[in-house]
Write a protein that binds this ligand. Structure first.
Ligand code: MN
Length: 336
């Protein structure tokens, strides 16, 4: 159940959706299951309501999530289309904490149409006309589930499937500390609306390619545990992607493996993208992945965050490891 304030915002969003004929539903860069599931569910709703819907993404949607589309077209957009303008046009941005992570020119789009921002990242910059931000939600998928459950339109089986994917991919199948009674309540709503957890799990967990496994093998071989066993890193160079025929999309969730090493509470994957080293960070309480990411201009959640370090890989790695060690010793005295 939504608290009063959130319920008011949700009702306002429903009103704008009802009154708008053209919807542009947007995912964030490096799309994950949460942003993809939420955006696909909303696009499906729009199609069901007879709206003119565009589902947009700053880059190609990973193979793993294509099964959610069910005939819905998605477009890679380098910026918000110029002709997306005027009364009846609404941009809906999901799971996207700031304009830099969105399709370009989302802020400019506000001059010509309404922008709705639905997100659960605590560092969301409130860049929309309507901002619904709930850091307690384990996924933006929970919020969209509550939004649709509250509407007169209900949730179709396809939308339920996409929202279930959004939730389970963001809260680790209800295993992360973020998973709450609310997460489970949303799951009940979605299963009753037609989501089949076993089938969804099979779709998600059998999408690995041989090439990505080979890429992961390279990272695993390089795993390094340090700071008295509290921290771990591994890395991938540009050549690793080329030689295995993979892209950075094949590294989603890879960093989580490091947290399975006994004693490790802070983990990082460094991937050389050719224009900076992309760092994925994960932590277990009391260590805080976001505290490390912000030192390099990044952000995210307390236990899952990221940043880009604009240095050669070796320099980026040593700066990162020093910062991780510093953070670990500040949280747990006697590390060094
Ligand atoms: Mn999310």
């Amino acid at each position: 159940m939504l608290k009063d304030h959130a319920a008011g915002t949700a009702d306002e969003i429903l009103r704008v959706l009802r009154d708008s004929d053209r919807w542009l539903v947007l995912m964030h860069e490096k799309p994950d299951g949460d942003t993809a599931g939420c955006a696909i569910a909303l696009a499906s709703l729009g199609v069901r309501l007879g709206k003119d819907v565009t589902l947009g993404c700053p880059e190609q949607l990973p193979q793993r999530y294509l099964f959610m589309l069910r005939g819905i077209q998605h477009r890679v957009l380098d910026r918000i289309p110029d002709d997306f303008s005027g009364k009846g046009c609404v941009v809906i941005s999901v799971d996207t904490s700031n304009p830099e992570r969105a399709v370009k020119e989302i802020e400019k789009a506000r001059e010509r149409c309404a922008v709705i921002n639905i997100d659960h990242h605590p560092d969301n910059t409130w860049y929309g006309d309507i901002n619904w931000v709930e850091p307690d939600a384990s996924a933006t998928g929970e919020m969209v589930t509550e939004l649709l459950a509250r509407s007169e339109w209900g949730i179709s089986p396809d939308e339920a499937r996409a929202l279930y994917v959004a939730i389970v991919t963001d809260n680790g199948n209800f295993s992360f500390p973020s998973a709450s009674s609310r997460s489970h309540e949303c799951a009940v709503i979605l299963v009753e609306a037609g989501a089949v957890p076993g089938v969804i799990n099979e779709e998600l967990e059998t999408s690995l390619s041989e090439n990505s496994l080979k890429l992961w093998g390279r990272a695993f071989e390089r795993a390094r545990v340090f700071a008295n066993g509290l921290c771990a890193v591994f890395w991938l160079a540009g050549a690793d992607f080329q030689e295995t025929g993979t892209t950075k999309q094949d590294t989603e969730n890879l960093v989580n493996f490091l947290l399975r090493i006994r004693g490790v509470k802070l983990a990082a994957l460094c991937g050389d993208t050719g224009c900076g080293v992309r760092v994925n960070l994960r932590s277990r309480f009391p260590l805080n992945a976001r505290d490390v990411a912000v030192r390099f201009g990044g952000g995210g959640h307390a236990l899952a965050s990221g940043c880009t370090i604009y240095e050669p890989l070796d320099d980026a790695l040593s700066a990162l490891m020093a910062e991780m060690e510093r953070h670990a010793s500040s949280c747990i005295p006697g590390v060094k």
